[in-house]
Design a protein around this ligand. Structure first.
Ligand code: ZN
Length: 165
């Protein structure tokens, strides 16, 4: 279960209650189930002209100091594709365009709970490579010499796209 504690309608403390095989947060006063949903996250897979993969070194927890794909959470009011391109630009300074879907899947994260991951191929249109939000470094890496990636989901996307495992 997640961290939801209080009813957003009446403020009462929620309880965990079984409904069939599932357990949900429940407000006994409002007689209302408070559903929890996976968080949607995106990642961008971007190659340069030398066929090197764009990675960012994280400057924040979780996994501070390790490399990962540019990415983050989808915000209210933007599409999946807009989130990919926004995160790409915020973290790396590069403007891109969507070039295709790599994969999408569910994942349970130690840090964020249930996630939905959407991996997209993107092409660079312009901008200037520089470490931005949440990144202390950005760089391009040869596909046969990638550093360990911070997240299993990113590893899975990279393997699917470049190693066809
Ligand atoms: Zn309530």
């Amino acid at each position: 279960m997640g961290v939801k504690e209080f009813c957003s309608y009446c403020g009462l403390r929620l309880i965990e209650k079984s409904f069939g095989k599932r357990v949900h947060w429940y407000c006994p006063k409002c007689d209302r189930i408070h559903y929890e949903n996976p968080l949607p996250a995106v990642a961008a897979l971007v190659l340069n002209q030398k066929n090197q993969l764009l990675l960012v070194k994280r400057s924040v927890e979780p996994a501070k100091g390790t490399w990962c794909l540019p990415g983050g959470f989808i915000e209210i009011g933007e599409s999946i594709e807009e989130a990919v391109l926004r995160e790409l630009e915020e973290e790396t300074g590069l403007k891109g365009e969507i070039a295709g879907v790599v994969d999408f899947f569910s994942q349970r994260s130690r840090h964020y709970g249930a996630l939905l991951i959407f991996g997209y191929r993107a092409k660079i249109l312009g901008g200037e490579l520089k470490a931005g939000d949440d990144a202390q470094e950005v760089g391009f890496f040869d596909l046969d010499a990638l550093p360990p990636l911070a997240f299993l989901s990113h590893q899975r996307l990279v393997e699917k796209e470049y190693y066809k495992k």
